[in-house]
Ligand binder design. Structure first.
Ligand SMILES: Nc1nc2c(c(=O)[nH]1)N[C@H]1C(S)=C(S)[C@@H](COP(=O)(O)O)O[C@H]1N2
Ligand SMILES: [Mo]
Length: 443
């Protein structure tokens, strides 16, 4: 921060060697002339804009605050830490009209309040069909049966003795953005895109556990089953199970949360969330899928011609701008502005994200920042000077397999209007002159 106490920036004389308010004009003019802002120019503009906001005498600096005056809580007060009370608004939210009952429903990750690539455990969206199972791990078992040489039952302790692996993956519900198929619906990326989370799992390889039981030569499919009241099951091709699936017991270093399947969940990297069975208690090995026994209609994409896309397991390349967005308007007025968002693909890493602030007339390459892992979310930024005029913000992700995120019009041409699942279309936020933002579609 350039601001010096008792010497607000605006009053400083020009030519004292430090950035001056008047420099802002020449900076932005220079930027216009060269057509591109260097990182340095963008940074100085940011500092100047911030200082301008603090030019008036500020009681936050001149007055002693309570937290500076009194002793705080001791180390015996917070055995399990919680966020600051000033962050109370940062919570998962549900949409009451979406489902008949909250026990078979979904809530959404507050993407617009988060940074980096890791979702904090308490903010990971929840999707369950029979409420949260509260399982005593001492009484939890994992059974492997079906086309195996030796059916086995594992305790938690047994599972912990397999070699462990740490991997960061996104989980996205196939229904994420599903309400947006027919047009802009929900006002906030939490609701349009919040059925995704990204954590580091610690677990053991599913292949190691299956090998212990011994796979028979006819084995082709897996039927993992949950111990919740819904006893949810999904058919998964054995090939995927042997490729990169994990049986996880930790997320972000600590035990899975009950909401996320404590004490065991299946991790199916890059594939739709419904296959990631929580409260995992049994895996049956078979030679054909059990789809007939499942509610396949729920996970089928109905096309305009009445036909359906089925078994669309991999989650397509997708991105969303999280800030600015309807729940995160621009409140600082015109000036240097941080645009950020998330991109992910079930096919691999994100190679590139393009961003437009004028509804697609000009696209610029966003800056990817933070660690980049296959089948994990990636964080992107586009730092720009907002002149106060209305904006139409969009992001377009491209993965390292060459898949390009489609526009919503392209998606509808390919798949019609009847789908719910696998909507990876480009999202538009309209930012008004007052900085507020809304969910819109432009053609
Ligand atoms: N046992 C069980 N596993 C389940 C479900 C469930 O209802 N029961 N829901 C599935 C669906 S549809 C999704 S999208 C993910 C959601 O995982 P999350 O609650 O960790 O976000 O879990 C999947 N695994
Ligand atoms: Mo889901």
């Amino acid at each position: 921060m350039w601001c010096v106490i008792g010497e607000p920036m605006g009053k400083r004389k020009k030519g004292d060697g430090r950035p001056h308010l008047d420099d802002r004009k020449s900076l932005s003019r220079r930027r216009l002339l060269t057509g591109a802002a260097s990182a340095g120019a963008a940074l100085s503009t940011a500092a100047l804009t911030h200082s301008q906001a603090r030019a008036a005498a500020d009681p936050a600096i001149t007055e002693i605050q309570d937290w500076n005056r009194y002793l705080g809580d001791g180390v015996d007060e917070r055995p399990y830490g919680l966020p600051s009370e000033f962050e109370k608004h940062v919570v998962r939210r549900d949409v009451s009209w979406l489902t008949a009952d909250p026990k078979s429903s979904v809530n959404f990750t507050p993407l617009h309040e988060l940074e980096g690539i890791i979702t904090p455990n308490g903010l990971c969206f929840e999707r369950h069909h029979g409420g949260i199972a509260e399982i005593d791990p001492a009484k939890h078992r994992l059974m492997i049966n079906g086309l195996v040489d030796t059916p086995l039952v594992f305790t938690m302790e047994d599972i912990m003795r397999f070699p462990r692996h740490n991997r960061i993956y996104f989980l996205e519900c196939a229904a994420n953005s599903g309400m947006e198929w027919r047009g802009a619906q929900l006002n906030g990326c939490q609701f349009t895109h919040g059925m995704v989370h990204n954590v580091m799992y610690t677990g053991v390889r599913l292949s190691d556990v299956l090998k212990e039981a011994g796979l028979q030569s006819t084995a082709k499919w897996l039927l993992p089953e949950g111990a919740d009241a819904a006893a949810m099951t999904r058919s998964i091709p054995l090939k995927k199970g042997l490729d990169d699936c994990l049986i996880a017991f930790k997320m972000n270093g600590e035990a899975l949360r009950p909401e996320q399947g404590y004490p065991l969940r299946l991790v199916v990297p890059g594939w739709e969330g419904n296959m990631w069975i929580k409260w995992l208690r049994r895996i049956e090995v078979g030679d054909e899928p059990w789809h007939q026994r499942e509610e396949t209609s729920k996970y089928t994409d109905l096309l305009a011609n009445g036909k359906a896309r089925r078994f669309t397991w991999t989650m397509d390349v997708k991105s969303v701008i999280t800030n600015p967005s309807p729940q995160a308007p621009i409140t600082h007025g015109r000036g240097q502005t941080v645009l950020t968002g998330l991109a992910w693909s079930g096919y691999g890493k994100i190679a590139r994200v393009d961003v437009t602030i004028d509804g697609g007339r000009n696209w610029q390459r966003a800056r990817l920042d933070g660690p980049s892992f296959s089948k994990s979310v990636h964080r992107f930024y586009h730092d720009f000077y907002w002149d106060g005029s209305p904006l139409f913000l969009q992001s377009r992700a491209i993965d390292d397999a060459g898949n390009v995120q489609p526009t919503k019009a392209e998606l509808r041409t390919a798949r019609g209007q009847n789908s719910i699942y696998h909507n990876n279309g480009i999202q538009t936020w309209h930012v008004r002159e007052d900085g507020s933002a809304e969910n819109v579609e432009i053609s």
